[in-house]
Write a protein that binds this ligand. Structure first.
Ligand SMILES: *Cc1c(COP(=O)(O)O)cnc(C)c1O
Length: 364
């Protein structure tokens, strides 16, 4: 079976883990600091706060932007549940704005409609879904005009670029995940990026029980710290990030080329001004055909995945909060039609050749 995802663990990970174990400094330590500095620098941002996971990174990002109970935060309904859950952690209210069906990312035209209608939007939490940056020209224009805090959920987009600038460097704050299946990983882990020194200081307190540099608890904080052990994996993974992204992109471009004449599927759109890093290679196929196609792939030894089967506000917990079906039509349609195919850097040439041959052999 060719899996939809397969984490890579190399010699360097083992070597650095051993160094950390031998040092007996397993929790916070200098590997965490090294990891923070190298990842922040790579993204072109001053400060990085490594922490427990992508979800805690989102929570802390929103708090760093001053989100308070009752505040409205705009986001996309087409993402992983942690995106909108993190808004609820702050007792704030998620306001969902529909996606652009071509990119699967938040639609700036719809975003402006909402900003015009709802006068008190405190922040916008955009998601660079599947590794494709949002339309940052349009979003930054709206930020200037409507003056909201901007948070980037970059959990799927390490190394992605908009106009040659890395995602994670556009917002007031950005959150990344290093969960096992992401483009780089630490088992569980995450990082918050910001250029604001005060926000950085506050964020560091938030992940460490609210303690300041003199160990005084001056705000309500959490234990969201990353371990030295996880950071050791991260340092090794980071060294391979670029070469692994390049492999993902090569696989994706090859698929786009050989699938473009197939009428039963639609290949992912790659805007000219973007570096799409293909955390997922996601096609569209009609809702009536999707199940049959998945079974066909599986019978031929090819794994696939649906990200995401439903929009966030249709989850039972969100329905209970009063959200109704039909709110974001394009996102709901996409949830019925998306399908992700294996694109990860562990695929061999014979794997991708097989995927291509099997898919090209599909009969409706
Ligand atoms: C993975 C992911 C998260 C959450 O990250 P964890 O590290 O699993 O907590 C949040 N948002 C998006 C878009 C993700 O893909």
């Amino acid at each position: 079976m060719i899996n939809i995802t397969l984490p890579i663990v190399g010699k360097k990970e083992r070597q650095l883990i051993k160094e950390v174990l031998d040092s007996r400094i397993l929790a916070s330590g200098e590997y965490v600091e090294r990891f923070e500095q190298s990842f922040a620098k790579y993204c072109g941002v001053k400060f990085g706060i490594a922490n427990a996971n992508g979800t805690s990174s989102l929570h802390v990002s929103l708090l760093m932007c001053g989100i308070k109970p009752g505040d409205k935060v705009v986001t996309t309904p087409f993402s992983f549940i942690a995106t909108s859950n993190s808004i609820l952690f702050c007792r704030a209210e998620p306001v969902f704005v529909d996606i652009d069906p071509k990119t699967f990312n938040i639609n700036p035209v719809e975003l402006e409609k909402t900003l015009k209608m709802e006068k008190n939007i405190k922040a916008v939490l955009v998601v660079h879904l599947y590794g494709l940056p949002c339309d940052m020209d349009a979003i930054l224009k709206l930020k200037k005009k409507y003056k909201f805090k901007l948070i980037e959920d970059s959990c799927q987009a390490h190394g992605a670029e908009f106009r040659c600038r890395k995602v994670g460097s556009f917002g007031d704050v950005a959150a990344f995940s290093f969960y096992t299946t992401k483009n780089m990983m630490t088992g569980e882990g995450g990082i918050v990026l910001t250029n604001d020194i005060k926000a950085d200081r506050y964020g560091r307190q938030l992940i460490n029980h609210g303690r300041d540099r003199h160990s005084a608890t001056t705000v309500l904080g959490y234990n969201y710290r990353l371990t030295n052990l996880a950071a050791a994996i991260g340092i090794a993974q980071f060294e391979q990030l670029e070469s692994r992204i390049v492999k993902r992109i090569a696989n994706a471009w090859k698929y786009n080329e050989v699938f473009k004449d197939l009428d039963f599927l639609q290949t992912p759109y790659i805007p000219e001004n973007c570096r799409h890093v293909f955390h997922q290679y996601t096609i569209r196929i009609s809702a009536s055909e999707r199940k049959k196609f998945i079974d066909y792939l599986s019978n031929n030894g090819i794994g696939s995945g649906i990200y995401y089967n439903t929009v966030l506000y249709k989850q039972p917990f969100y329905k209970q909060l009063g959200y109704r079906s039909g709110l974001c039509k394009e996102a709901e349609k996409a949830a019925g039609e998306v399908l992700s195919l294996p694109v990860h850097p562990s695929l061999s040439k014979s794997d991708t050749d097989k995927i291509i041959e099997v898919i090209r052999g599909y009969k409706k």
